[in-house]
Design a protein around this ligand. Structure first.
Ligand code: G3I
Length: 346
């Protein structure tokens, strides 16, 4: 029994695919994906900077392959992400002279972008992360360029344009640190306001970038209940579990741009200790116990990467770390917790 089989009827088990994998350069990893997962999301190749680097240039080669792979294998396909302040190309916000564009121009660009991208995969991509990370940890709206130039309306417009381009696709709002009470409340305010304006937000994605100590299961549960309480499906969209302490915490160094990480600061350079392995297994078990408890509200749990070697965590908050955040190790071998997660469904 594999993960996707064990969780069938509960929720999809998804994974992010990186550009190398989508390009067909990692067969072993893709075999693992076919075996264990039944939902996919592109880690980077559908972000606006990648898919739409210049006004008249769209890079559809990798996204096409990504969607085809999902279809060939009968997977649930999620598009990530249409409107995000980060990884949005500079040209979006500037005219030929480098001046900030008007509200009208940016709206027209958003519309063109969303119509082209969503329209191309109409009826094939099941769900879209329409807006990503628009709310700050304190619950206020992020003062992104979209916000500054268009105003709060950009949120409503993004969902409208996506709905026009594919009326059947499910449309999501996606964000991190959703267990912080102020942020949770801010997201609820945003989604309710959209609902009042006649916009359907089908689901809310809780990015699951968690650590060994937090966020607390109770706070995660409050978020699941709050989001489903306003009629949204809940997705755990970017699950990974870092086992590394913050490098600054370890060294006592100041958080500064020129901070250099070195292997000597890597706490598990020789591999994980038994105690950390145990904590890792327990934490994933607790998380999945919570997800199973609410499987009537959660439609998909997606890991942010296939194996430990793929994870962005190795390069954040500084490059060159060795992290162990996922269920499969660098040789694509399942960690012991995989079996435990499978047993939990019986
Ligand atoms: O592939 C290029 C390479 O050609 C180039 O030489 C190199 C130099 O910068 O960059 C490589 O691209 C990097 C890409 O990851 C692939 O490794 C980008 O710089 C880097 O910015 C990008 O980081 C991604 C990050 O989002 C920013 O888009 C991470 O892989 C990706 O895991 C991360 O994912 C985000 C979600 O989309 C939203 N939620 C948070 C999550 C984690 O930050």
């Amino acid at each position: 029994v594999t993960l996707k089989d064990a969780y069938a009827g509960k929720f999809y088990i998804g994974t992010a695919l990186n550009e190398r994998q989508i390009a067909g350069k990692s067969e072993e990893e893709m075999e693992l994906v076919k075996k264990q997962f039944n939902a996919i999301v592109a880690e980077n190749c559908m972000k606006s900077e990648r898919i739409h680097p210049k006004e008249d240039t769209y890079n559809f080669a990798l996204p096409d392959k990504f969607v085809a792979f999902g279809e060939e294998n009968g997977m649930w396909i999620n598009g990530h992400t249409l409107i995000w302040h980060s990884q949005a190309p500079a040209w979006f916000f500037e005219d030929d002279q480098g001046n900030t564009v008007s509200r009208e121009v940016l709206i027209a660009r958003m519309k063109d972008h969303i119509h082209k991208v969503v329209g191309r995969y109409k009826g094939r991509v099941h769900t879209w992360d329409v807006v990503n990370e628009a709310v700050l940890d304190n619950g206020e709206l992020r003062k992104s360029k979209f916000y500054e130039i268009i105003g709060e309306d950009y949120l409503k417009l993004a969902f409208q344009f996506a709905r026009e381009a594919d009326p059947e696709a499910e449309l999501y709002y996606n964000d991190y640190s959703t267990a912080i009470p102020e942020k949770r409340a801010g997201i609820i305010r945003l989604v309710k306001k959209l609902q009042d304006e006649g916009i359907t937000v089908d689901g809310i994605g809780m990015q699951g970038h968690v650590g060994l100590d937090g966020p607390a299961i109770e706070e995660l549960e409050k978020t699941i209940l709050a989001f489903s309480g306003i009629g949204a499906k809940v997705m755990i969209t970017e699950l990974d579990l870092t086992v590394l302490p913050s490098p600054w915490e370890r060294t006592g160094a100041e958080v500064s741009a020129d901070f250099k990480y070195s292997k000597e600061m890597d706490p598990y350079a020789e591999g994980l200790t038994d105690s950390i392995k145990r904590q890792f297994d327990e934490r994933y078990t607790h998380l999945f116990r919570l997800f199973l408890k609410h499987s009537d509200k959660i439609t998909r749990v997606t890991f942010w990467g296939v194996n430990d070697g793929n994870s962005w965590r190795n390069n954040w908050p500084v490059r060159g770390r060795t992290d162990y955040p996922l269920l499969f190790d660098r040789n694509n071998h399942p960690k012991p917790v995989v079996d435990a997660l499978i047993q939990m469904t019986r």
